[in-house]
Design a protein around this ligand. Structure first.
Ligand SMILES: CO[C@H]1[C@H](O)[C@@H](O)[C@H](O)O[C@@H]1C(=O)O
Length: 718
C-alpha cells in the first residue's frame, strides 16, 4: 500500500509541475498543449484495470495520474469491466473479461510473456483502447508504451501495435559498494542506501523501478563486480531482499555479484576451489538461503581472475570450472550465471586487447546451459571508440551477451554530453562476418546467428542519488537509450534521441530537432577531442582528463604510453602480423580490411597500426595534420554546442537549461585541455608545426601537465 502511495504521490506531483530538477526523468506528465493532445483527450476518458495484484496496482497508480496530467482532465479509474466510449482497458485475458472476449490468443502467443498488444477496438459497440498481454508484467510494459505514445505521437483511433523484447534478460549492472560509494559513479552515492536497509526503504527505490520498467529493464545487479564477500552474509541478503520486494511489482529482478572467495571469507572454508565438493556444497547452501529470501532471485554476475579479483584460476581451475559450479547452484531455481569476459593479466609484451579471446575461446562449448558470457563491447575497456570485441561471432557454442557502459567513465564523467546510442548502434551494427556478410553483433547476441536460447544485455548504470539521478541532465538520455535498445536493438539513435527529448525536455518541434542533432553529434565530438583516429586509453588516473605522458601505475598496460606508442617514427599500436597480430582474431574479410593500412577505416587506424607522422591520409593531409584537425574539430564542437544550447533558453525550463549550459562550459574547457595535452605531447615526437586551421595552444606542455586531476590550475597533483 505504501508503495502505491509513494508512486501516486510522485506521479501526481508531475501534474503540479514542481521545480524542474530532473527528478521525474522522462516520466513527465504535464498537460500537453499541442493539437495532438486534443485528439488524445477526446479518445480517452476512463481506464479500466481489473485485478488487484501489486503489478496491476502499479499500472493503475501510473496511468491514472499520468493520463489526467497529460490530457489535463480527470480520468476516472475502475476495476470493474464496464466499458464506455473512450475506455482504456488494461490487463490479461484472465484479469479482464473484455480482453478475454477479443480472442487474442494467437496474437498474444506471438508477443510472449513480456510483450503486449495495444489496439483500438470495438467491444459491445463501444470504441475502446486495449492494452493486452499474457502476463501482468507485459501489461505494465504496454501501459508505459502507451504513455510514451501519448507523450510523443499524434493520437490515432486505429492503434494496432504489437511489441516484444528481443533479449530475455535486460539488466542494469550497478557497481555499488556496500559503503554507499559507486565505482565509476558520477551522480552521487548508491541509491540503495545499504546502511538503512531493511528497516528504512527509500521511496526512491520505487521510482527507480518505475523508470527501469518504463523501458522494459527487467533486472538489476545490485553490487559492484569488484565484490565484497559481505554482500552474501545474512545481514546483506536481508537488505537485498528488501530491495527485491520493492522492485517485484515492476518486474525488476535482483541479481548479486558473489566474491569467488566468499566461502573462505564468510565461513572459514580452507579453499574456494570450485571442484572441491565442500565448496560446491557451500555455494548450493548459500544459494538456497538466497532463494528462501528472494524467491525470484535472478542469479549471479561474476568478475573472476581480473584486476585482482579471486577466481577459479586462483585455485588452479578454469573459468569454465568456476562458472559451471555456480551455475549448478542456481540452475535448480532457474537462475543464471553471467560470467564476465573482462579478463586480462598480461605477461610482459602481450596485448591486452587479445587476452580475453585467447583465454576464453578454448572453452567454447564448455559452459553450462545457464551460463552466459558477458563481454564488453570492445576488447580493451569501454573506450570512446573501439572495434567490437572479437569474442562476438567467435564462440558459436557459448551464449554471449554484450556489456555496455552507461556511466561515462571515459567520456567526461557527468560533466560532458556524450549521447551513447550512436556508439551502441555502431557496435550492434558491426559485422562480425562469422557466418558471412550480415553476421552483425546484434544477430550474434539476439540468438539469430547461433540460436542461443538465453539472450541478454547489460549496461553499467549511470545512476546515483543526485536529485537528477545521473549528474548531467542530458545523461538521463543514456539510461533511456540503453533501455530502449535492450528492448529493441534495431532502434535508430535518432529515434531514441527524439523520443527522449520530447518526453523529457520540450515538445517544441524545432527545438527537439536541434537537441536531437546535438545529442547525435556529441559522442563523435568527445572521440575527436579525447582519442581520435583509433587512439585509446590516453586518460589520466581518475579516467577524466588527459594523461598521454603516462603516470606511475602498477602494471604497464594501465599506462597510456602502452597504448599510443608515440615515438619519433609515428604513433599507434601495431596489431597486425608485424605487431601483436590481434587482428587475426577477426573473421575475414574484416581481418584483412583492418590489417591493410590502405583499407583500415580512419577511425580504427591507430588501433591497428603504427603509422608514420607523415603518412598521407585519405583526406590528403598527413597523419599529423589530420590528428591536429580532429582534436580541433572536437573543441570547435563544444563551442558551437554552447551557442546552440544557449539559443534554447526560454524553451527549456530555466533550471535545467542553466544546469546544462554550465556543464557545457566545463566540457569546452576540458576539450581544450585534451587538445592541448594531446597535441603538445605528441608534437614532442612528430616535431611538426600545428597546421594553420588549428588553434595554437596558449600554454606549454609543462603548464598542462601541472593541472590537477580535474583540470584546475596550480593545485598539487595527487
Ligand atoms: C569495476 O571495475 C572496473 C574498473 O573500475 C574500470 O576502470 C575498468 O575499466 O573496468 C573494471 C571492470 O569492468 O571490471
Amino acid at each position: 500500500m505504501s508503495i502505491c502511495f509513494a508512486v501516486l504521490l510522485f506521479a501526481v506531483s508531475g501534474v503540479r509541475a514542481p521545480a524542474e530538477d530532473g527528478y521525474r526523468l522522462w516520466m513527465r506528465y504535464d498537460t500537453l498543449a499541442d493539437a495532438n493532445a486534443q485528439a488524445w483527450r477526446s479518445s480517452i476518458n476512463t481506464v479500466v484495470i481489473p485485478g488487484d495484484s501489486p503489478t496491476m496496482r502499479a499500472i493503475l497508480a501510473e496511468l491514472v495520474p499520468a493520463l489526467s496530467g497529460l490530457l489535463g482532465k480527470s480520468i476516472a479509474a475502475s476495476a470493474n469491466n464496464t466499458l464506455a466510449d473512450g475506455t482504456l482497458v488494461v490487463g490479461t485475458p484472465s484479469t479482464s473479461s473484455a480482453i478475454a472476449s477479443l480472442q487474442l490468443r494467437d496474437a498474444l502467443a506471438k508477443v510472449g510473456d513480456e510483450g503486449f498488444l495495444i489496439r483500438s477496438e470495438k467491444i459491445d459497440g463501444r470504441s475502446v483502447t486495449v492494452i493486452a498481454a499474457s502476463t501482468e508484467l507485459g501489461a505494465l510494459y504496454g501501459a508505459f508504451h502507451f504513455l510514451r505514445l501519448v507523450q510523443t505521437q499524434p493520437a490515432s483511433g486505429n492503434l494496432n501495435i504489437s511489441e516484444k523484447p528481443r533479449f530475455l534478460f535486460r539488466l542494469l549492472n550497478h557497481w555499488d559498494n556496500l559503503d554507499g560509494s559507486i565505482e565509476r559513479g558520477y551522480a552521487g552515492q548508491s541509491l540503495w542506501k545499504w546502511n538503512e536497509l531493511p528497516g528504512t526503504i527509500d521511496p526512491r527505490l520505487t521510482d527507480y523501478a518505475r523508470a527501469s520498467a518504463s523501458l522494459g529493464i527487467n533486472g538489476a545487479v545490485l553490487n559492484n563486480v569488484n565484490a565484497d564477500a559481505k554482500s552474501l552474509t545474512p545481514e546483506y541478503l536481508r537488505k537485498a531482499a528488501a530491495i527485491a520486494d520493492v522492485f517485484r511489482p515492476y518486474g525488476v529482478r535482483v541479481y548479486l555479484v558473489p566474491r569467488f572467495s566468499a566461502p573462505i571469507e564468510i565461513d572459514g572454508l580452507e579453499t574456494a576451489d570450485p571442484l572441491d565438493p565442500k565448496v560446491a556444497a557451500w555455494w548450493k547452501a548459500k544459494t538456497d538461503e538466497i532463494y528462501k529470501l528472494i524467491p525470484d532471485f535472478g542469479g549471479y554476475l561474476v568478475k573472476a581472475n581480473s584486476e585482482g579479483q579471486p577466481g577459479p584460476m586462483t585455485y588452479g581451475r578454469t573459468h569454465a570450472d568456476g562458472a559451471n559450479m555456480l551455475a549448478a547452484a542456481v540452475a535448480r531455481y532457474g537462475g543464471i550465471v553471467m560470467w564476465r569476459a573482462f579478463i586480462y593479466d598480461p605477461v610482459p609484451g602481450s596485448d591486452r586487447a587479445a587476452e580475453a579471446y585467447n583465454t576464453l575461446k578454448p572453452f567454447d562449448g564448455k559452459f553450462a546451459p545457464n551460463v552466459i558470457l558477458q563481454v564488453k563491447n570492445g576488447p580493451v575497456d569501454f573506450m570512446p571508440r573501439e572495434p567490437f570485441h572479437p569474442i562476438f561471432g567467435s564462440m558459436p557454442h557459448t551464449q554471449v551477451m554484450p556489456e555496455v557502459q552507461i556511466t561515462q567513465e571515459y567520456l567526461g564523467h557527468s560533466n560532458s554530453i556524450a549521447f551513447l546510442a550512436t556508439m551502441w548502434r555502431e557496435f550492434l551494427d558491426s559485422d562480425t562476418y562469422a557466418k558471412g556478410p550480415g553476421s552483425t553483433v546484434t544477430r550474434v547476441v539476439d540468438g539469430r546467428l547461433y540460436g542461443q536460447t538465453l539472450t541478454a544485455i547489460a549496461g553499467v548504470a549511470n545512476t546515483g542519488d543526485d536529485r537528477n539521478w545521473t549528474g548531467h541532465h542530458l545523461a538521463q538520455a543514456n539510461w533511456f537509450a540503453y533501455g530502449r535498445l535492450a528492448w529493441n536493438p534495431d532502434m535508430s539513435a535518432r529515434e531514441i534521441a527524439d523520443e527522449w527529448t520530447e518526453m523529457t525536455l520540450t515538445h517544441d518541434r524545432k527545438s527537439v530537432d536541434e537537441i536531437v542533432r546535438l545529442l547525435l553529434e556529441s559522442r563523435e565530438a568527445v572521440v575527436n577531442y579525447e582519442m581520435p583516429l583509433g587512439l585509446a586509453h590516453l586518460m589520466d588516473n581518475p579516467h577524466y582528463g588527459p594523461g598521454p605522458w603516462g603516470y606511475p601505475v602498477a602494471r604497464p598496460d594501465w599506462s597510456p604510453v602502452y597504448y599510443h606508442r608515440a615515438a619519433n617514427d609515428g604513433i599507434g599500436f601495431d596489431r597486425t602480423a608485424t605487431g601483436t597480430n590481434a587482428v587475426a582474431q577477426y573473421h575475414e574479410p574484416l581481418r584483412s580490411r583492418y590489417a591493410d593500412l590502405s583499407t583500415c577505416p580512419d577511425d580504427m587506424l591507430l588501433w591497428f597500426h603504427h603509422v608514420p607522422w607523415t603518412y598521407k591520409m585519405r583526406s590528403g593531409r598527413t597523419l599529423w595534420d589530420e590528428l591536429c584537425l580532429r582534436y580541433q574539430r572536437g573543441v570547435d564542437w563544444t563551442g558551437d554546442a554552447r551557442k546552440r544550447w544557449d539559443a534554447l533558453a526560454g524553451i527549456i525550463d530555466a533550471e535545467r537549461h542553466t544546469a546544462v549550459a554550465r556543464k557545457l562550459v566545463i566540457q569546452q574547457r576540458d576539450a581544450k585541455w585534451w587538445r592541448d595535452a594531446g597535441l603538445l605531447y605528441f608534437q614532442t615526437f612528430s616535431k611538426q608545426p600545428f597546421p594553420a586551421d588549428v588553434d595554437q595552444p596558449t600554454r606549454t606542455l609543462d603548464e598542462v601537465k601541472a593541472l590537477d586531476d580535474y583540470g584546475h590550475p596550480q593545485k598539487a597533483k595527487k
